[in-house]
Structures are given as structure tokens and as C-alpha cells.
Design a protein around this ligand. Structure first.
Ligand SMILES: *[C@@H]1O[C@H](CO)[C@@H](O)[C@H](O)[C@H]1NC(C)=O
Ligand SMILES: *[C@@H]1O[C@H](CO)[C@@H](O)[C@H](O)[C@H]1NC(C)=O
Ligand SMILES: *[C@@H]1O[C@H](CO)[C@@H](O)[C@H](O)[C@H]1NC(C)=O
Ligand SMILES: *[C@@H]1O[C@H](CO)[C@@H](O)[C@H](O)[C@H]1NC(C)=O
Ligand SMILES: *[C@@H]1O[C@H](CO)[C@@H](O)[C@H](O)[C@H]1NC(C)=O
Length: 492
């Protein structure tokens, strides 16, 4: 007779054996699964001279998580963009409808190399109507855009200095955060494709798409199916309308990489855009960085880039962003032309910050209205609270100013002023607030919400005063001429 104890022991033993069997079987199965796909993929890699391997559609995430430590999915630097697009499964995205119209209009290779898409003068009524409708819906020439490959080439007009400069291979990885709302599919996806095509693959931790509530049909199932096929993309859906600022906070909270780059959904990055940014964080972890922002036409999709180092960021007394001539700013203490240089402010279209520093200095003001002023606010806060702001001339991103934006501010009559009022009340010392209010035309009973928490943050971080900021960061700013009239909004 077995004692109860012995029975229990033998039951345990058999459960144990079963479990062992299950574990072994699982290991075997997983191994088989990996090697099965691995070999297939491996062949591909040898043939294409890639350093390691290429994701296959359905096993992409699976393989990525199980790569041997220290190995990256990576491409030889010499691989062409067309080849990379093919390997990553990035289609040109041009619909049959667009192809039909292109044929009718005798348009080929639309927008390649940043060339303008020019329609003939004598458009049929049908196409003309479609063009106008699409322009109105998306705030730019979305019909022209529909004809341009999502993988289009862009001119590389960087200076020789930037082209020759070498960066370490081993740089911090980046989470690239793109928020979108009612955007046009092609414009958003061209932003995504350009990032995948022109960034060292192993340096991208993820591309985070923040879906800021949209009723557009293509952002439902189509989007989910689409991102399954291309690597490194993660989709986060917000349940209520956030606006640019809150959507970016949401992205920052969910991002995995040590570096965050926020980029508008209507940009294209150019060759070599990423490395100079990431390399700068190795030297200056407490920096907010932005590169050269080149222009894309909302009418023809033409891209202009020049080989100049470009200008740095400043602001006016209404607290709006303004460009500033770097030579004037630096005066007799010039920094090397194409090296990172101090910049008073940033432009919000595309900027980078380390995740830890961003969290430390309080992300973005969560009470800001949908858009406006957040870039200047972040720059002020970075400078005053122990960090710095740099322009990176070798990093070039192309950005489109659309003819309208989808974010409608709601918190005050003019939400942009609501945000700027908050900046003034939180970051400007008493003696400087008057210049701001004079600049925007002071009216009584301004509504800028509750600033208690942000003032507490400022105090707990031991941030310096605005006076310090003006003296040390922008000594040439100057205060407006006292004699000028309040209604004169142009003074600075
Ligand atoms: C791969 O590299 C070899 C030797 O470096 C070269 O001859 C060959 O053309 C390359 N293949 C491709 C597809 O680039
Ligand atoms: C179409 O364009 C090609 C080259 O751009 C040109 O040679 C041809 O004449 C054009 N055809 C028409 C019908 O305009
Ligand atoms: C526009 O002009 C081109 C060349 O002159 C012609 O081939 C085409 O049929 C015209 N299209 C329309 C809609 O009139
Ligand atoms: C490149 O930049 C130079 C000026 O720096 C400009 O003259 C030229 O047009 C630019 N080329 C292109 C293709 O944008
Ligand atoms: C402002 O916010 C603080 C901290 O969140 C809170 O204690 C205070 O009651 C708020 N003030 C008003 C007027 O709501």
C-alpha cells in the first residue's frame, strides 16, 4: 500500500515528466520553426550581401525578438534604396486609379528625385474636379501625391562635409513617433517609407504611429494589415482626440527606445538624416535636437534642399518661432559650419530628445491646447532646466506646410494664444511678461488654465530664470522699444 505521501510523490513525478516532455517538445518545435524560416531568410541575405537577414512578412516580429544577442537586422550601406524597398516589402503604393490618370495625363516617374508634378493645362472636368476635391479634403495636392511612389528618391544636396563625415555604428536606438489624424494615406506612408529607406536599420527601435482618432476608412483595417507587412511599426490608437501635443506625450509614454524623434506626418527624411542626431546624443544627452527643415511644395510635391548649413531657431515677443541667422547670432565666436550648434528654439516639425531627459523635464505641458507653441516651450524649458538646444546642420528633413491643419484649438477663443499665454505665465519673469502681452495685444481676463503644476515642476527642477536665459542663451534678443504702440504687432 502506498501512503498518501507516496501517491502524491508519484503523481508529482509523472506531472513532472509530462512537463519536461512538453518543455522539450516546445523547444524542439520553436527551434524547428526558427531554423525553417531562418534558413530561407539566410539564403536571401547571402545573395543580397546583407549583414544578417531580412524580415519575412508573417514572421517579422517573431524573428526580430529572437535574434541572437548582439546581432542586428542590418543592411550594407551600399545597398540601393530600390533594393532595400524590395527587401523590406515596401511597395510604391500607387493605386490603379492613380495609374490610370497618370496614363491619361502622360505623366511618368512622378515626383522622382523631388521633381515637381505638373498637370497639363487642359485637364478634363472629371480630373479637375477630383483634384480640387482632394486638395480641399487633405490640404494639399493629394492627387499629385497619389502618383508619386512611396519610395521616391530625393536629392541628396548635403555639403561634402556632411557626406564624408563618419559616425560610430553603435549609436543609441530611436523610437520615431508620428501622430496623425485625418491625414492622407500617401503622405503619411511616404513619411514612414522614407524613414525605413534612409535610416540605418539597426538604429530604429520602432516607428510608433499614434492614431489620433480619425474616421478615415483606410486607417481602420487597411492600416492594420499594412503595418503587419512592414517591419518595426507599432500602432497606438487613442480613444479620444488628443491634438498634436497630447498625442506626442502619448507616444513618449509608450516608446521603448532611449531616443525619441517626433516627426510630422507630412515629411520625408533624406539620406544621412539620422546618424548625426544620434551621435550628438552621445556627447550631449541633455539636448533637444533638430536638423535642417527643407521645404516640400503642397501644390507640386517638389522638394527643395540646399547645401547650406541653414539658420537656427529664435522667437519673437509673441512667443512664436522665428528663424535667425546663425552668423549674426554667433558673431565673433563662430562654431564649425556643419557641426551641431546652439539654437535658441526648435521648430516642432521634427525634433529629437532622449527619453529619460524628456521625462525628467516633464514631457510637454499636458494642458496645452491641440497645437501651437509647444516647440518654443520645450526649448525654453530645456535651456532653463539644465539642458540645451542644438541645430544639427547635417541632418535634413523635408517638411510640407499644408494649406490647412486638422487640429482645431478649443480651449480659448484662439488656442494658439492660450498656449502662448501659458508659456508667458510659466516661463517669463514678471518683468518680461509685459512685452509678450503688449505684442499679442493685451486683453483682460485671459484664460490660460491652471498653471500650478507646471510652476511646481519648474521649481522642483530648479530651473533658471528667463533673465538668465536671455543673458546666456540669447543675449542679442533685446526687449521691444518701450515707445512703440501696443497695436503694433510687428515689434519684437
Ligand atoms: C555581393 O558582394 C560581392 C563581393 O563583394 C559582389 O561581387 C557582388 O556583386 C555583390 N552582390 C550584390 C547583389 O550586391
Ligand atoms: C508624353 O510624354 C512623352 C515624354 O515625356 C512625350 O515624348 C510624348 O510626346 C507625350 N505624349 C503626349 C500625347 O503628350
Ligand atoms: C490635352 O492636350 C493634349 C496634347 O495637346 C491632348 O493629347 C489631350 O487629348 C488633351 N486633353 C483634353 C482632356 O483635352
Ligand atoms: C543644392 O544647393 C545649392 C546651394 O547650396 C543650390 O544652388 C542647388 O540648387 C541645390 N540643388 C538642388 C538639387 O536642390
Ligand atoms: C490648480 O491645480 C492645482 C494642482 O493640480 C490644484 O491644487 C488647484 O486646486 C487648481 N486650481 C484651480 C483654481 O482649479
Amino acid at each position: 500500500m502506498k501512503t498518501a505521501f507516496q501517491v502524491r510523490q508519484s503523481v508529482l513525478a509523472s506531472t513532472f515528466a509530462k512537463n519536461i516532455f512538453l518543455v522539450l517538445f516546445t523547444i524542439f518545435a520553436v527551434n524547428f520553426y526558427i531554423s525553417y524560416f531562418y534558413s530561407d531568410v539566410f539564403l536571401k541575405f547571402r545573395e543580397d550581401n546583407m549583414t544578417i537577414l531580412i524580415l519575412r512578412e508573417n514572421v517579422g516580429q517573431f524573428l526580430q525578438q529572437r535574434l541572437p544577442a548582439g546581432q542586428h537586422l542590418e543592411f550594407e550601406e551600399t545597398i540601393s534604396e530600390a533594393k532595400k524597398a524590395e527587401l523590406l516589402g515596401l511597395d510604391d503604393g500607387i493605386s490603379d486609379e492613380a495609374k490610370r490618370i497618370m496614363k491619361e495625363l502622360n505623366i511618368t516617374n512622378a515626383g522622382e528625385n523631388g521633381a515637381p508634378v505638373i498637370f497639363p493645362q487642359n485637364l478634363s472636368t472629371e480630373i479637375s474636379k477630383l483634384k480640387d476635391l482632394m486638395y480641399k479634403t487633405y490640404g494639399y495636392n493629394a492627387l499629385a501625391s497619389s502618383m508619386i511612389s512611396l519610395n521616391r528618391a530625393l536629392p541628396d544636396n548635403r555639403s561634402d562635409y556632411c557626406k564624408m563625415k563618419k559616425y560610430p555604428k553603435d549609436l543609441p536606438k530611436v523610437s520615431i513617433i508620428i501622430q496623425f489624424h485625418d491625414d492622407d494615406w500617401m503622405l503619411l506612408m511616404r513619411t514612414v517609407h522614407s524613414i525605413l529607406l534612409r535610416s540605418p536599420y539597426h538604429l530604429i527601435e520602432e516607428i510608433l504611429l499614434i492614431h489620433d482618432v480619425s474616421e478615415r476608412e483606410y486607417f481602420k483595417e487597411k492600416l492594420e494589415n499594412y503595418i503587419k507587412k512592414i517591419p518595426k511599426i507599432r500602432l497606438i490608437r487613442s480613444h479620444r482626440r488628443q491634438g498634436i501635443i497630447s498625442a506626442r506625450i502619448l507616444g513618449a509614454r509608450n516608446a521603448v527606445g532611449p531616443v525619441l524623434i517626433f516627426i510630422d506626418s507630412h515629411c520625408e527624411v533624406t539620406t544621412g538624416w539620422l546618424e548625426p542626431i544620434l551621435a550628438r546624443f552621445v556627447e550631449a544627452p541633455n539636448a533637444v535636437l533638430w536638423g535642417k527643415i527643407s521645404t516640400m511644395s503642397p501644390d507640386t510635391m517638389q522638394v527643395w534642399t540646399n547645401s547650406e548649413a541653414g539658420r537656427i531657431g529664435s522667437f519673437r515677443w509673441n512667443l512664436n518661432f522665428e528663424y535667425m541667422d546663425v552668423d549674426w547670432y554667433e558673431g565673433d565666436k563662430p562654431t564649425p559650419k556643419f557641426e551641431p550648434k546652439p539654437s535658441v528654439t526648435i521648430l516642432g516639425a521634427c525634433f529629437a530628445i532622449r527619453k529619460d531627459f524628456f521625462h525628467k523635464i516633464g514631457l510637454m505641458d499636458p494642458d496645452f491646447d491641440m497645437w501651437g507653441g509647444e516647440d518654443v516651450e520645450l526649448a525654453f524649458r530645456a535651456w532653463m532646466c539644465g539642458g540645451q538646444v542644438n541645430k544639427i546642420p547635417c541632418s535634413v528633413v523635408v517638411h510640407m506646410f499644408k494649406s490647412h491643419t486638422y487640429s482645431v484649438n478649443t480651449k480659448a477663443n484662439d488656442g494658439a494664444l492660450y498656449n502662448n499665454d501659458r508659456i508667458a505665465e510659466i516661463w517669463l519673469d514678471e518683468e518680461y511678461k509685459k512685452y509678450y502681452y503688449r505684442s499679442v495685444g493685451h486683453t483682460k481676463d485671459r484664460n490660460f488654465g491652471n498653471i500650478t503644476e507646471r510652476l511646481e515642476l519648474k521649481k522642483s527642477l530648479g530651473c533658471k530664470s528667463f533673465k538668465w536665459f536671455l543673458e546666456n542663451v540669447h543675449p542679442k534678443m533685446g526687449v521691444p522699444d518701450e515707445i512703440r504702440r501696443p497695436e503694433d504687432k510687428e515689434f519684437r
